[in-house]
Design a protein. Structure first.
Length: 244
């Protein structure tokens, strides 16, 4: 499993009688941008929370960086970066204070923090915002800050749950440019989205519907297989076939 960053086998999660994730299996290679595409309620967030050690699976198995989600959830949390669907930073702290806080959680040394903080502030265009209260900066910058806090410790695997939801097109483009740079540096990116154009940026794409994986392949192969020019058309056809 040296080249496999994430692997799931017959993974399921139920809440009472509701099955949010239903017997899914997949694997993600190291350095890959792997996308989960689906409507709200498809099971994307539940899956990502299980992989991050935040939810215990009802059944099935999964491994993240070789660690078992059923037995080693705390160790997994120390080795990943995670950006949640909802903005989760401290709104009453400054941009720099948020970075310092998350660096402290991951026990970065002072010298390492100085290097990483300056690099991220510059990379994310937040240099001039560093002393501003997080509540007062625009959403695009907030999402950039959330990404910076998720990668402050240079994790080998980064989980992004709808990271660009609600941000402007320019911020989305800049965000994906950074994601591509991280992947080129061999960071594994696991991203959920409901934006069809973002799905095109993934190396491979898993389409989810009602807790199940319908198909997995590269965007190009999916378009060829289903004879469509866009992932949006592929997605619509697949969902229609499941709801007839």
């Amino acid at each position: 499993m040296d080249q496999i960053s994430v692997k799931a086998k017959n993974l399921s999660k139920s809440f009472g009688k509701f099955k949010a994730v239903n017997n899914i299996s997949f694997q993600v290679e190291r350095g890959e941008i792997f996308g989960f595409l689906g409507a709200n309620g498809a099971g994307k967030t539940t899956t990502i929370r299980m992989l991050c050690g935040l939810l215990i699976p009802t059944s099935g198995e999964a491994w993240v960086n070789g660690l078992d989600v059923n037995k080693q959830s705390e160790a997994i949390k120390r080795q990943i970066g995670y950006m949640s669907q909802r903005f989760s930073l401290y709104q009453d702290l400054t941009v720099e204070e948020n970075i310092d806080f998350y660096a402290g959680i991951h026990e970065l040394t002072n010298s390492k923090l100085r290097i990483r903080k300056q690099f991220l502030l510059s990379k994310l265009g937040l240099d001039k915002q560093r002393n501003k209260i997080t509540h007062d900066i625009p959403l695009g910058w907030k999402q950039g800050l959330a990404l910076g806090c998720a990668i402050i410790h240079e994790p080998p695997i980064l989980f992004l749950d709808e990271p660009t939801s609600g941000v402007d097109p320019v911020s989305r483009r800049n965000f994906w440019a950074i994601i591509n740079e991280l992947a080129q540096a061999n960071t594994t990116i696991f991203v959920t989205t409901h934006y069809m154009d973002e799905a095109e940026y993934c190396n491979r794409l898993s389409i989810m519907h009602q807790g199940e994986i319908i198909t997995i392949d590269s965007p190009r192969s999916l378009k060829q297989k289903y004879n469509h020019s866009t992932i949006e058309d592929v997605f619509i056809d697949l969902i229609k076939s499941r709801t007839r």
